[in-house]
Design a protein around this ligand. Sequence first.
Ligand code: G4P
Length: 284
Amino acid sequence: MNINWYPGHMKKTKESIKKNLSLVDIVYEIIDARIPYSSQNPDINNIVGEKPRLIVLNKSDLADQKANTIWQNYFKESGLHSVLVDCINNRGLDDVIQLTYSLTEKKRLALGAKGIKNRPVRAMIIGIPNVGKSTFINSLSKRKGAKVGNKPGVTKTNQWIKIKGNLELLDTPGILWPKFDDKNVGLNLAFTGAIKDELLDIETLTIKLVDRLNSISDKLIERRYNITVGDKSPYEIILEIGKKRGCIIKGGEVDFIKACNIILDEFRKGIIGRITLELPDQIK
Ligand code: G4P
């Protein structure tokens, strides 16, 4: 993700996000619905504090539908509001707006009592890189904006983007760091493409992905690639997929890296299926 987080850097980011938080009525915390735990910042509760927060389970189109409900229930039990969003097909955005009004009602009533009426409700977005923050801003505002970029912290001059109704969004998201010290989290981020293939080489990453997919259900690989998984190793499975897909180099050998790239790419695009990689009872 091309961000090197240093302790000083993290402190500065936190401070600048906290400063921006004082300007808004609600925070949208964007996470990836396929890896809700792994895509959450470890210090999120402390950073957001008492500010109303709406958890946006983004990329819900790529995640398992049953798992989506399980995660929503989990957050509800933790006293947090969440919403399923698919920014590509503009699903869930009306729910975001509706929940924003209900979560900020107390504040709006308090302002109304002071004679301040119709002040726009202000929101800001936070989340780790690649969870879809820029896409979410663009979808909510229906603009075809440029990518905000993965510069940590909030550096640009703030601007407010008008959203449906009486809602305004800070145009610059707060970019947070992921959990560093959990190997499984790193793997989940690498599988989904949040960490750009730099954690592990493609071959090892794909072997681990195939292993993970088979541990969820061997039907996932079987259905997509029309092969029998049985007790084959991930390595053998990738070779077989490579053969089937015509990934052959001179001498008739399988182009293993090409086969790996196909599998990784199809997983990330949801072509292997709608797959959630972690459930609440599997996290620490
Ligand atoms: P960021 O600002 O949080 O860093 O994320 P960004 O919006 O750039 O989105 C990262 C990738 O996720 C983009 O793919 C984007 O299209 C995709 N994305 C965002 N929201 C959704 C969603 O709801 N569903 C699906 N299926 N995809 C979503 P990309 O352009 O291919 O970028 P990259 O993966 O090559 O970085």
